[in-house]
Design a protein around this ligand. Structure first.
Ligand code: RTP
Ligand code: MG
Length: 139
């Protein structure tokens, strides 16, 4: 069944001029980009997006990093794209993410207190619906 997921190209990806490379990988896989916007995330948006991580030690640095520059929000559609994009992205830690993945090929540990791992992808149909509404509000 075709579904939609939210991908964020995080501020490190935008700063390193990897937006095109990341979008290319998504398109080459056969997924469809159906909405795209570059924006500077507000603290409110980020707090809502990362609500599940509130209170964790990496939460504050994560919000600081995510608001450190513009990011690119992308709606991506395709068969099993929620799971498929997370495979394309690789595991959370770019140092150990498999080669061939976005994080494995393009990311590394920069020695900062937050993992700058280039992309976000929704982790379930419920997260995708919630996150797409948050980043692509039509109201
Ligand atoms: P994402 O939500 O960005 O797609 O990444 P994920 O599912 O692989 O990772 P998650 O556990 O949801 O964590 C969200 C983001 O928080 C940062 N993080 N830092 N121990 C740490 O310093 C730590 N753990 C997580 C990463 O940027 C991660 O992507
Ligand atoms: Mg996550």
């Amino acid at each position: 069944m075709s579904e939609a997921t939210l991908v964020l190209i995080k501020p490190d990806g935008v700063k390193r001029n990897l937006t095109g490379e990341i979008l290319r990988r998504i398109e080459q896989k056969g997924y469809k980009i159906t909405a795209l916007q570059m924006l500077h995330a507000t603290e409110k948006q980020l707090a809502s997006h990362y609500a599940e991580h509130a209170g964790k030690p990496f939460y504050e640095p994560l919000l600081e990093f995510m608001s450190s520059g513009p990011l690119v929000a992308v709606r991506v559609e395709g068969e099993r794209v929620i799971e498929g994009f997370r495979v394309l992205a690789g595991t959370t830690d770019p140092t150990t993410a498999a080669p061939g993945t976005i994080r494995g090929d393009l990311g590394r540990d920069w020695g900062l207190n937050v993992q700058q791992n280039l992309v976000h992808g929704s982790d379930s149909p419920e997260s995708a619906a919630r996150e797409l509404a948050l980043w692509f509000a039509t109201a």
